[in-house]
Ligand binder design. Structure first.
Ligand SMILES: Cc1ncc(COP(=O)(O)O)c(C=O)c1O
Length: 387
């Protein structure tokens, strides 16, 4: 189809504005949650390393995957770092677009590479927010919608979850009006970890997309039991007004390297490309090229995360504590203590977990970090909840 990317198109209208603050990257929701994050996520007294967790700190609050980056990513990254004097060649970006498109059975021009999926989601909030409210579940990864709303360019209509903490798709559909800017969904959802199966989410999204643009944030989908059965990708093949966002931060373990992407129609992709704010570094593009098809690493990464999740679930089962059945790299559970209290008690043991989301005080979230760190959490929990 004669698609050509120009250097100008790829290096479009970028500002160096960081789309998400560190606290926000940790899946922030409200200011109170950000405060809880600041006070508990980085335990007091620990030395401040430049990168990664301080020695002795079990970092289980930010849904990172410590098993990455893969050797395949690092090899390419080093190669690119040697050429760090130069702006990214469009050929490198296009190579990554082609590789990603090949994985998803779409055309390269349907892919937009961004500096983490957070940038893509921020760009989408800025594109669609000014038209009208972003309709979303009450709990979702709302950092980017909040970013646009802080700029006065969006508002959020939050639709309550069901009693089981599931996304209420009928409720969201009913909340759509002619003024709606876009619908934003997250599958699996964060912080609940709950995953909606394809036979439920696809028809719901298809109906919503008749009325407005639907963004489906699939940041954690590669970690689920049935990625192909759950993804909303088939709706793109049907020409629906759907935009999917994905990331290299989770399954590929590259949160600090910053690569994400959108999958949409080519027409929509062109609009997103001109709205995205930053220029993804050559090292990031290179790392993604290195690992995108590294099936052995993907399987390894998923196995480690699943093992951690099973350890946490076994602990919660033994303690009789309620939790949501997650398919992602975190578990949302009730300890019997307010989330911020448990966060502080864990922080005193140099274990970093998430504090409270919105008014969900009884719910805590723990991420699947290194297995030895998950084990520390599992050993500390019984002691701390009976203290
Ligand atoms: C659901 C969800 N989407 C998107 C992001 C943004 O991730 P990134 O910008 O690293 O791709 C996160 C970060 O934790 C997330 O939880």
């Amino acid at each position: 189809m004669g698609y050509r990317l120009t250097r100008r198109g790829l290096l479009s209208a970028g500002s160096l504005t960081a789309a998400t603050s560190l606290a926000a990257c940790a899946s922030g929701t409200t200011q109170a949650a950000a405060l809880a994050e600041a006070t508990g996520a980085f335990p007091p007294g620990a030395p401040d390393p430049l990168f990664g967790p301080a020695p002795g700190v079990a970092l289980l609050s930010r849904n990172e995957n410590p098993y990455g980056p893969s050797a395949s990513a690092l090899a390419k990254l080093r190669e690119a770092a040697e050429q760090g004097a130069y702006y990214v060649n469009p050929e490198a970006t296009y190579t990554l677009m082609k590789l990603i498109a090949g994985r998803h059975g779409v055309e390269p021009e349907q892919i937009v590479i961004t500096t983490g999926s957070g940038e893509a989601l921020s760009a989408l909030a800025l594109m669609y927010g000014p038209k009208g409210p972003i309709v979303a579940p009450r709990l979702f990864w709302d950092t980017t919608a909040i970013y646009a709303s802080k700029l006065g360019l969006a508002s959020i209509t939050r639709v309550p979850l069901t009693e089981d903490m599931e996304v209420d798709y009928a409720g969201i559909e009913a909340a759509i009006t002619p003024e709606t800017g876009m619908v934003q969904l997250c599958n699996p959802n964060n912080p609940t970890g709950l995953t909606t199966p394809g036979h439920i989410i696809r028809p719901a999204v298809a109906r919503m997309a008749e009325k407005t643009t639907v963004v489906v944030d699939e940041a954690y989908i590669e970690l689920t039991d049935d990625e192909a059965g759950i993804t909303c990708l088939p709706l793109l093949h049907e020409g629906k007004d759907v935009i999917i966002t994905r990331t290299f931060s989770k399954i590929y373990g590259m949160a600090g390297i910053r690569v994400g992407y959108t999958i949409s129609s080519a027409e929509t992709a062109e609009k997103i490309r001109s709205t995205a704010m930053s220029w993804t570094p050559c090292t990031s593009i290179a790392a993604a090229i290195g690992c995108v098809d590294d099936e052995a690493f993907i399987a390894y990464s998923k196995a480690k995360i699943t093992e951690g999740r099973q350890m946490v679930e076994a602990t919660l089962d033994t303690l009789g504590l309620p939790y949501l059945k997650s398919q992602a790299n975190f578990v949302y559970f009730q300890s019997g203590q307010p989330a911020n209290d448990l966060q502080k008690a864990m922080a005193a043991e140099q274990i970093s977990i998430r504090g409270q989301y919105m008014d969900y005080a009884p719910w805590s979230r723990v991420s699947m970090g290194k297995l030895e760190d998950v084990e520390r959490f599992c050993r500390a929990l019984p002691r701390l909840i009976s203290a």
